[in-house]
Write a protein that binds this ligand. Sequence first.
Ligand code: CTP
Length: 402
Amino acid sequence: MLKSKSVLIGVCGGIAAYKVCEVISFLFQAGADVRVILTETAQRFITPLTVSTLSRHQAYTDADFWQATHSRPLHIALGEEADLFLIAPLTANTLGKLTYGLADNLLTNTVLASRCPILLAPAMNTEMWEQPIIQRNWQELQQDHRYHSIGPGSGLLACDRVGSGRMAEPAEIITKLQSLAYTQGHQDFQGKRILISGGGTREHLDPVRFLGNPSTGKMALALAQAASDRGAIVTLVHGPIAPESLPISPNYKLISVVSAEEMEAVIMSYLVESEIIIMSAAVADVKPTDYSNHKLPKKELPTELKLEPVTDILAKLGTLKKGHQTLIGFAAQTGDIVKPALDKLRRKNLDVIVANPIDQPNAGFGTNTNKAVFIDGKEQQKIINSCSKLELAHQLFDFIIK
Ligand code: CTP
């Protein structure tokens, strides 16, 4: 999603500057053309040599701004070339300058000379971040459609305090940049309430053993990210997901459940307020008839498991949905993916179904990429070739809005 994009990064003077090195390195590996501006104080934390080595381009500083050797003014050239602009870490000082349109260094002049979306990743001590004047500036900037924000999250800060003000992690910044590269900042789902289910459910036999499936929740996390990056108010109901896969400072609500029954209860409680419902969860079809509250000793384990069906949540939603609601299901299939998906689309009264193969390389459970066929209520199909799950999620939202 970032291949051949021109990404400009402004680094301000904060300890989180060291984390930006990882962002630069990833962007380069993703095929982006990365240019970096270091403010004077940023150079106290990371050096131009670090940045130029990672980005394979000269690191720009205020000294370059005042050089008479450029064919065009540096801030104009950098600003015009950028497809995306990241400012990380955004300090209290630069936040104040951006709020008031001040331009007293290369970074702030380039902001004013550019037109692309700008992603702001603030980082500061909790007292500083919570100052009313800082919050006022921050809120003010959010009104400007050019600016997009990520974080700050909570955690251990360099001042030994645990609180808000911690810069978003590099992986989260990258994901947000990927979304921005796709949407160019358009908020076409602004204010829409979207309910998403994801991950696999577990049907326990006792507190230790369960019937489950290999779903990791990556597709649902990508859907939640893409939708909230397009302005939606998102609730993600998910089965057990590895903690390292979960975002640290998500801009959507996460509700964790274990069984299909718990998932059904949460989904039903959000149904009325939701305009779009996407069931990407790998929900169990059956559960053990008997459940033991204590761990069964090996010798007491049944030799045959008695099973009973669980509610088909999607089918139930298909009977309950109102005219203004859009219902989307997933059909993870082996072999021919379209025919069974079409059957589910009709049987469960869906508006769209995403048929995706689970027996092909780089698609299905646990992978970072996926491929699919989207089918709508008129049975029109769109084939999505292998791409990242985030890109597939954005393609799905394009399909839905059409
Ligand atoms: N689903 C659900 N509740 C269930 C099982 C499935 O809501 N108890 C949803 C899934 O989230 C997915 C869709 O139904 O969106 C398709 O799931 P799948 O298991 O493929 O559907 P089935 O109707 O059970 O089809 P099959 O007969 O092929 O198993």
